[in-house]
Design a protein around this ligand. Structure first.
Ligand SMILES: [Fe+2]
Ligand SMILES: [Fe+2]
Length: 195
């Protein structure tokens, strides 16, 4: 069965396995992610779909860099990308304006990530804390942080310009569902409700 799959299908299934890892599932079952499923983000999508787009894009960059000989910490990248915007959940009740939201939500995302992972490592924390750079002053200190920063800007730009249908999170979820049908791979439950 695996042999009959295209390269794209194999790559998407690899991403799906990463996203459905234990780390991913811990995040999806959190109250934060539950709210993220319905909270509008960048006018066109939800925090959850944006988050999955950023995580999928970050992982794609990870595999590209890996093939080129640049080795990053995948676990930190996955955790950082999936938690980077959890602090924006409840935005309208928490923040008085966009400026406050821009500055404070990365800090709140670190707090959210620590609630889910009490032993949160420094690399992941730094990735989350500095993901808004250069809109915030300090850049990330690790490669993983730069990857998430780039993936976040890329997803936000497409979500803002091209809209819901084309945003990376929805495109990935559609492809994944298609691939599942083609390959017979189980349509795993945690990501079903997003999109
Ligand atoms: Fe953010
Ligand atoms: Fe984001």
């Amino acid at each position: 069965m695996f042999k009959s799959m295209t390269g794209r299908q194999r790559r998407n299934l690899r991403l799906l396995d990463d996203l459905e890892s234990r780390t991913g599932r811990e995040i999806y079952k959190s109250d934060y992610f539950n709210v993220a499923l319905s909270q509008t983000h960048h006018n066109q999508t939800t925090v959850a779909v944006h988050t999955l787009g950023v995580a999928a894009t970050s992982l794609r960059i990870y595999y590209m860099l890996n093939a080129l000989g640049f080795h990053l910490d995948k676990e930190s990248l996955l955790k950082g990308s999936l938690c980077h915007d959890l602090g924006i959940v409840g935005r309208s009740e928490k923040f008085e304006n966009n400026r406050e939201c821009l500055k404070q939500h990365p800090v709140d995302s670190v707090i959210a990530a620590r609630e889910i992972f009490p032993d949160l490592d420094e690399r992941t924390e730094d990735t989350i804390r500095h993901h808004m750079w250069p809109c915030t002053l300090l850049p990330p200190h690790h490669r993983e942080g730069f990857v998430v920063t780039v993936a976040d800007k890329y997803c936000a730009a497409i979500e803002g310009v091209a809209g819901k249908f084309y945003c990376p999170g929805n495109r990935f979820l559609r492809a994944m569902r298609q691939d599942n049908t083609v390959s017979g791979h189980t349509d795993k439950t945690a990501l079903k409700t997003a999109g």
